[in-house]
Write a protein that binds this ligand. Structure first.
Ligand SMILES: Nc1ncnc2c1ncn2[C@@H]1O[C@H](COP(=O)(O)OP(=O)(O)OP(=O)(O)O)[C@@H](O)[C@H]1O
Ligand SMILES: [Mg+2]
Length: 246
């Protein structure tokens, strides 16, 4: 008998039902982790999940990324400065404000020159509260060899939930990102991952038997993700963004 037969398995839920459930269970002040290898679908899933929140600021740090451009297509106002001006705020459509702070970057030298801008956003988010801040490239933003903002993001993860800040952190793997940033989450959305150490570490975050979560993650295919709650009274599931939404 395979070990899988002895372990509980998460239900597979179609995406419209999953996102409706997500809307019902996520609250402002909950931190979320999106983890998966490059091109697994983190930015795409996060864009849809973040749209459930009213005040969102996405930090875009890649020179080019079609999945980040989809935020703009969805109505996010693209900024290369912070705070937003009155005219920026007037451009917000619908409920709340949705911004993507994503300055143009062309040369390699440009990659690190906007650290002060991201820091300004993070400091204001921390002080004001009630924002959802999306860190689209967690490793790059935290690592000293990238933007070196690991301490600031740790402060947000540790201290800002009570001020109703939601941190949505996207990482390819948990290694080299301060553990406080990804162990403070209420929910982990996990794509198929090859490295056994990463799979085990992330599986152990959840409220379900980590062995069952490991097996569930190892059996994910394509852009499927495992929704693994880390707090009691929430249920796990497997789902996938339909290609037409991606
Ligand atoms: N559920 C899906 N169905 C079909 N295509 C998808 C799905 N999710 C993402 N994609 C496509 O896969 C590609 C990668 O998606 P995305 O940019 O969201 O991945 P990522 O994990 O953020 O990658 P990276 O780590 O490189 O930033 C994109 O072309 C996107 O349109
Ligand atoms: Mg991405």
């Amino acid at each position: 008998m395979s070990s899988r037969l002895l372990l509980p398995e998460p239900p597979v839920i179609d995406f419209p039902a999953w996102i409706a459930r997500e809307a019902a269970v996520t609250r402002q002040g909950m931190h979320l982790l999106f983890s998966g290898p490059t091109q697994s679908g983190k930015t795409t899933l996060c864009r849809i999940v973040a749209s459930l929140r009213d005040y969102v600021v996405v930090l875009g740090t890649k020179p080019k990324d079609r999945s980040l451009e989809r935020y703009v297509a969805d109505g996010y106002v693209r900024l290369d400065h912070w705070p937003p001006t009155r005219s920026d705020i007037r451009k917000c459509s619908g409920d709340g404000c949705h911004f993507i702070v994503w300055p143009k970057m062309t040369t390699r030298q440009d990659l690190r020159k906007h650290t002060g801008l991201y820091l300004k956003v993070l400091d204001q988010v921390y002080a004001e509260g009630h924002w959802t801040v999306v860190v689209d490239e967690g490793l790059w933003m935290c690592n000293p060899k990238g933007l070196g903002l690991g301490d600031v993001i740790s402060d947000i993860a540790y201290g800002s939930a009570s001020n109703m800040v939601s941190l949505y952190l996207l990482v390819q793997r948990p290694a080299n990102v301060p553990p406080i940033t990804w162990t403070s989450v209420a929910q982990a959305l996990l794509f198929h991952m090859g490295r056994t150490d990463d799979v085990r570490e992330l599986a152990s975050l959840g409220t379900y038997d980590p062995r069952a979560a490991v097996v569930a993650m190892q059996h994910l295919t394509g852009h499927q993700f495992l929704d693994l709650p880390t707090r009691a009274q929430a249920e796990w599931a497997i789902s996938e963004v339909p290609p037409a939404w991606a």
